[in-house]
Design a protein around this ligand. Sequence first.
Ligand code: PRT
Ligand code: MG
Length: 213
Amino acid sequence: MSLITLALSKGRILEDSLPLLERLGMGPAGDIDRLLRVPSQDPNVHLVIIRPADVPTYVEHGAADLGIVGKDVLMEHGGSALYEPLDLDIACCRLSIAAVKGSPYADPGGWPGGRRVRVATKYPEITRHYFAQRGEQVEIIKLYGSMELAPLVGLADVIVDLVDTGNTLRANGLIETGIITRISSRVVVNKASMKMKHAALGDLLARIGSLRA
Ligand code: PRT
Ligand code: MG
């Protein structure tokens, strides 16, 4: 049996992944608040717990054989260097466009003309692609967090951000004006690992798949 390394996205995806891993007999066998690399209850599986945005990189380079990561992060990372065999249907949300309620940018009839619309987002690649496909030339303002603040202080006209309940938008006087895509967490697999550890990974993927069926 080959040793398998599974990369987990720290934060809310980890929270949603843990019950799944427990049911697979692969829960962490160590202090996940301190350790970055933890053995699991399965002696053949090791866990690495990293920033969500780093998961595709670890798996792409084979530092982890597989990983659990948000579709938002995968889309922003781009490329087809990874297999994406399973949708886990956890940490679900949507990637949406939002504007200040009552502002011209919240008007369903369309944005005011005159100058390029400024879009604040943590997802410049997805955003650029989305608006380009619609023939809209936008100015993208890359932020690392608290996108909701940007239109309130005049840094941007609209934001592209993840929305779940909509409470954060509402609390900040923003309104969702469009949905770019639905998001959930996916299993991604390194292509070389899939060949070299075919039996072990195939078995593991089948077990994960049967869990969610
Ligand atoms: O720490 P680091 O910057 O590396 O990552 P992070 O802070 O983005 O991680 P974390 O723990 O927030 O997890 C992010 C991942 O969880 C995303 O990549 C998504 O795949 C998934 N996810 C699911 C979400 C949400 N739901 C979500 N609601 N990520 C973020 N949110 C935020 C959103 O950005 C907004 O600020 O929650 C707020 C909106 O929630 P509602 O319920 O008020 O609408
Ligand atoms: Mg964070």
